[in-house]
Design a protein around this ligand. Structure first.
Ligand SMILES: NC(=O)c1ccc[n+]([C@@H]2O[C@H](COP(=O)([O-])OP(=O)(O)OC[C@H]3O[C@@H](n4cnc5c(N)ncnc54)[C@H](OP(=O)(O)O)[C@@H]3O)[C@@H](O)[C@H]2O)c1
Length: 279
């Protein structure tokens, strides 16, 4: 059966890699770009790839893009909500524009894409197919590290949206799954490094000295984006996929840490930060 999937944010990183991964396995892929991106050149050689231009915070643009899919007559069998941003910095110093953007993209953008595509997913299910939504969460939706608190809050929201929507949609034959990566080697880390202005001239300035090496160590220990692409593919194709998948080295440690008292977790994070080690 021909599988047709929409992936948001295919210009780089996990979205670009997942698009290639699915295209190489015979999928028809619609990928969202925001214009003038390198990702488009890499994907253009695949005849079953169609770029769509929209920002996930622009509801009318999402609507128009979904209408484009509808007009092809393709049955949409998968939606991968991958587009995301990671805003870091002490909560005390983040501007309103920064904290709103974090939720506008990672949470409300994802929600808008789900709402706009669900009529097509229902239609696919009514035609006898098994449509799925895969939300790209994060280990930050399992545990909250200091200085990526707003990002974590947005990814905890992604987990809640995933579980709640799955329980609303399973009676209609639509599955909703979260793939939560730990550190992955993608451009998102470099984008984060530019956000140091949040610390300058504040009492948190000293933390920056620690946070640089701490973040670099986490990125260096990250997995390749292909590992996440494979997990997304499994979520789209396995007969009975795990609804919440943590994709990271030492994921067991995160799962264990989540069961410990919060004061223990506090000490763990502060000690790791002091030693320039993540988890
Ligand atoms: N890398 C990691 O370590 C890691 C770990 C856990 C979870 N994740 C999650 O994985 C997802 C992909 O991140 P990545 O690591 O692959 O980073 P990335 O290379 O920076 O890719 C992010 C993608 O999202 C798109 N995007 C950002 N804002 C958007 C908006 N408003 N509307 C539409 N598209 C937008 C970007 O497009 P532009 O190029 O146009 O900005 C880009 O295509 C994110 O949800 C992220 O939170 C990443």
């Amino acid at each position: 059966m021909q599988q047709t999937t929409l992936i948001t944010g295919v210009s780089s990183g996990i979205g670009l890699t997942t698009a290639k991964y699915l295209l190489q396995r015979g999928y028809t892929v619609y990928g969202s770009l925001r214009g003038g991106n390198a990702g488009a050149d890499q994907l253009a050689k695949y005849p079953t790839f169609t770029p769509l231009t929209f920002d996930v915070t622009d509801r009318p643009a999402i609507h128009a893009a979904v209408q484009q899919i509808r007009e092809t007559g393709h049955q949409l069998t998968g939606v991968v909500n991958n587009a995301g941003v990671a805003i870091s910095g002490p909560v005390e110093t983040l501007s309103e524009a920064q904290y709103r953007k974090q939720f506008d993209v990672n949470v409300f953008g994802l929600l808008a894409v789900c709402q706009e595509t669900l009529p097509l997913l229902h239609a696919a299910q009514e035609a006898g197919l098994s449509p799925r939504i895969v939300n790209v969460g994060s280990v930050s939706g399992y545990l909250t590290s200091p200085f990526t608190t707003l990002y974590s809050a947005s990814k905890f929201a992604v987990e809640a949206l995933t579980d709640g929507m799955r329980r609303e949609l399973l009676p209609f034959g639509i599955d909703v799954i979260s793939i939560a990566p730990g550190p992955v080697k993608t451009p998102i880390w470099a984008k984060g490094r530019e956000q140091t202005a949040a610390y300058r001239g504040t009492r948190y300035e000293k933390v920056l000295e620690k946070l640089g090496p701490y973040t670099e160590a986490a990125e260096a220990d990250g997995v390749e984006p292909e590992v996440v692409a494979e997990a997304i593919y499994k979520a789209l194709t396995d007969e009975k996929p795990n609804p919440n998948v943590l994709v990271m080295k030492r994921g067991w440690l995160v799962k264990l840490l989540r069961l410990t008292p919060k004061r223990f977790q506090d000490r763990f994070f502060l000690k790791r930060l002091a030693e320039n080690r993540r988890y």
